[in-house]
Design a protein around this ligand. Sequence first.
Ligand code: AMP
Ligand code: MG
Length: 480
Amino acid sequence: MHIISQYPTLDARLYHQQQPSPLMGAKAGHFNQALAEQLQWSAADQAQWVEICSGQQTFPEFTPLAMVYAGHQFGQWAGQLGDGRGVLIAQVIQTDGQTTDLHLKGAGKTPYSRMGDGRAVLRSVIREYLAGHALTALGVPSSNAVGFTSSTQAVQREQREPGAMMLRSSDCHIRLGHFEWINQYAPDLLKDFVDHCITWHYPACLTAEQPVLAFAQQVIQRTAIMIAKWQLCGFAHGVMNTDNLNITGSTLDFGPYGFMERFRPSWINNHSDHTGRYSYKQQPSIGHWNLWVWVNNLIPLAAADEKESFKKDLVACLAHFEPTFLEHYRLGLCEKIGLPDFHKDSFDCAMAFLNILQSEQLDYSQSFILLQQQHYQKLKDDCLNTRAFDEFLIQYQQIRSGQDTATLDAKMQQVNPVYILRNHMLQTAIELAEQDDFSEVDRLFQLLSQPYTRQADLERAADLAPLPSDQPEIMVSCSS
Ligand code: AMP
Ligand code: MG
């Protein structure tokens, strides 16, 4: 593994170097060997993955550090935050030049822990471990994890729970909230910080006429694309605070997230989200709001006499968010439903299908699978308003007639997951893991490695089962 030290070259006010505090009584949870190999972990490191994923062993080439950042939480300025329970333990450069951060989560207190204990519970570690893996396999930009360990050390939340530690991988841990911290507490660092962000993460922008604007445009574009992909696979992040979004548009910090079962756009998965700020349907506009906060933090980079024109340029960059999101969402939805994106009625027809799913409370992912398998009667049997379904089907078949349906159907199969990470699947895996049985974590890990392929040997009936109509969706607590 080729370890580099990028972040420690920044001003020391931006981080605190410290070793992780090891997890007592650590034991193996799960190891993502394919990812370790992709990151070129040596055989010796792979053999010691439990020690590495429990903070007992670090890499001599990198001095671990906790980053400081700030953020807006639920739309309110929250002041200084930072890695309160995690440390960056390596930055890895792969043969293709791609860099990956390895961040140990649950690694003990740091100067940024505030009232927290610096620990993570097994329940939340398994949720993050499987979600990062699931999104990655679905093709949604996301953090992932090399492995996690469990322990005999209990952690106090609403009740005592087993503690755990996870080694997260991400292409970037620089959050929108980093810029907020700098402007609030160390504004002299802004220019150098932005220069480094561009050099490390968007080197192509260095040769642009205005590198900072090119950088802003890229961050905005990647965030819009990430959120379009979330919407398409029915993922609700749950806590889209500015400290939980990074500058590379890859999903970070899984808390009370969920994969949509019944199609209900106003669905809220986060138990603490009383107003629905972070509901599924709000995600695009919250993404835009977060980026608006972020571009405001770039304004100090302009000289006094150029501020007004720089602001206008930033506003113009931000104006690309909505069309970028809509275009990716529209194209993706046409693929999901098997209609040609160039046909003027395809998007409306797809919307009619979503309206049916919403009013009939049908399962989002399974309904697309039924459509792909042309089980139209089965879909209709689940509808009370069969007229609406018939009208949809007539238009759907009209648009498809005369088109290259073989290609459309092949694409449908590639983009509609058979398996999504349903809350009840997670729940079963967590309950067993709390009894030291990680077999269900492993089964889900394997199943979700190939979400688009039916795996009869691994699958259980409940993996495909829509939520019974009399059963409310589970809401997930923020405590982690
Ligand atoms: P999150 O909601 O997990 O994104 O966390 C928000 C902030 O609270 C981050 O700065 C975390 O590092 C911090 N935090 C969350 N849980 C803990 C904990 N148990 N101990 C210390 N800090 C924590
Ligand atoms: Mg966070």
